[in-house]
Design a protein around this ligand. Structure first.
Ligand code: MN
Length: 508
């Protein structure tokens, strides 16, 4: 199954009957050709469906209501071929609950200087029709994306594609269930937050799932299924020959890790969950078939499959990771949950090692990951523990986190450059090494001023525009730390946002 084949984006063309039936017929034909062109470009991964022209308030309202009620529809693109008086959009737009994109384009590319007459002008009025539409969206304070460009241009299509991916991921998060196996790590502030507000604002639902319930699944895993998964590991990952020796503790640890993965996958599937969190202090009772080690290998592999994951009960990161994974499906370079692990002061090349004790997604690996077993002296069950070890690709990407500021969620986004790490012979974990933009001092400083977590969700395949679209759809604050960031301006932005969101809350 293709990633986004269950989704559609609806394309609605604004017009009116003032110019006569012939004009509407032409508008319709042009719109069909444009939608077909967008679909055939191969650049937009969600199918665009042309929904006809909207020529009256009743027609606008009907298509908006239909969009709301169609689960396949993840968003609406509007475009005004002719002048479309915008009062007729008010009732429909008031009801629209799906993401909105306003495309400012034109059917014809260049002005046909020698042949253009008044009939042509009556038909091709996007230049002012889209301004009329823009006004009513602005006056109604509607959150939307405005894309400006010729519809056949790759750059225009790519901006539509970003929004299409984000809108699909938004739809995915509206029935997202995150299961928490165990609670937050005690006393940790930044990974916690208001789960009620998260459901209202971001769509996803977070449930507690007792580890004892997970253990009911663990108990029932068939040894033959575990054997098969272990064989799959040995095929998929580099490993030492000794690891295959069934008499060793290391083999037993790999086998038990595979059993934990099957139990986790079974309960997630059974409950329809799209993500989960773990807590290294809550692994079940060993006397009653509890995990003998932190299920880190399972978390790594489930992340690669698209399950959201947050360590230490971090449900916001679990949901955000699922969203990053979902919107980047089919893109080549990968994404992962990561943690700011340790600092590397090195002048202008100062960087941050990104890792976790175990749980880093192999999608970002530069080479085939290595399956290893080492002692892990953390959590309730200090033990030899299976994990995938690798270093990440070199290249630029974007990392993001969501924090709860008490009166709102803040999305913090940072452009980062992953650089070549040095070997870590005594620290066998998966890792990345990055320099945050614009440099370590300003990047880390701004992140800390904004209250960002030590956990974040990273992708090589996205641009900050993805998060801009996401924040716009969700209606949450976003601050973006990038090559142009200065601490002075950034602090001003945080202060201004404080006032804006306080007023916004009071007005809504
Ligand atoms: Mn952590």
């Amino acid at each position: 199954m293709k990633a986004f084949e269950n989704f559609e984006i609806w394309f609605v063309t604004g017009a009116q009957l003032l110019y006569g039936g012939d004009a509407v017929v032409a508008v319709d034909a042009h719109s069909k050709e444009m939608v077909a062109g967008l679909n055939q470009s191969g650049r937009i991964p969600v199918k665009i469906v042309y929904k006809g022209t909207a020529n009256s308030s009743k027609e606008v309202e009907a298509v908006m209501k239909a969009a709301n009620n169609d689960d396949k529809c993840v968003g609406i693109i509007t475009w005004m071929h002719t002048f479309s008086p915008a009062k007729m959009w008010i009732h429909g737009l008031q009801q629209l609950r799906k993401p909105l994109m306003h495309l400012h384009t034109q059917y014809n590319e260049e002005i046909p200087w020698n042949t253009m007459d008044m009939d042509f002008m009556n038909l091709n009025q996007s230049a002012h029709g889209d301004r009329e539409f823009g006004h009513i969206c602005a006056r109604m304070r509607l959150r939307r994306k405005v894309v400006v460009g010729y519809w056949k241009d790759a750059s225009t299509q790519d901006r539509i594609a970003v929004w299409a991916r984000v809108s699909a991921a938004w739809a995915d998060s509206q029935d997202m269930l995150i299961l928490r196996f165990g609670d937050q790590m005690n006393n940790v502030a930044v990974t916690d937050g208001d789960k009620v507000e998260a459901e209202q604002r971001l769509g996803y639902h977070v449930d507690y799932c007792p580890v004892s319930e997970l253990m009911e699944y663990h108990k029932k895993i068939e040894p033959a299924a575990v054997d098969a998964l272990v064989a799959e590991y040995f095929k998929a990952y580099d490993h030492s020959k000794e690891l295959e020796d069934k008499q060793t503790e290391a083999y037993t640890k790999v086998w038990n890790a595979a059993k934990a993965e099957l139990a986790l996958r079974a309960i997630l599937k059974d409950k329809g969950a799209k993500g989960f969190t773990t807590n290294f202090d809550d692994l079940g009772d060993l006397e009653h078939d509890g995990f003998d080690q932190i299920p880190g290998l399972a978390s790594q592999r489930l992340m690669a499959e698209g399950y959201g994951f947050g360590a230490e009960g971090d449900w916001k990161s679990a949901a955000l990771y699922r969203t990053v994974w979902f919107m980047t499906q089919g893109l080549p370079t990968g994404c992962s949950f990561l943690e700011d692990y340790t600092l590397n002061f090195c002048g202008s090349r100062s960087s941050i090692l990104q890792s976790h004790m175990l749980e880093v997604c192999p999608l970002i690996a530069a080479d085939r990951p290595k399956l290893e077993v080492h002692f892990l002296g953390i959590g309730i069950r200090k033990s030899q523990t299976a994990r995938l070890v690798f270093t990440s690709k070199v290249g630029s990407g974007v990392t993001a986190t969501v924090v709860d500021m008490g009166n709102r969620f803040r999305l913090i986004v940072n452009d980062v450059d992953c650089i070549e790490p040095k070997p870590l012979p005594k620290l066998p974990v998966a890792s990345a090494l990055w320099i945050p933009q614009p440099n370590f001092e300003v990047g880390a400083g701004a992140w800390i001023l904004a209250g960002g977590t030590h956990h974040s969700c990273f992708s090589y395949d996205i641009t900050p525009e993805y998060w801009e679209d996401y924040a716009e759809i969700a209606g949450i604050e976003m601050v973006h730390i990038n090559k142009d960031t200065t601490i002075g301006e950034f602090k001003k932005e945080l202060r201004m946002n404080e006032v804006y969101y306080m007023l916004n809350k009071a007005l809504n």
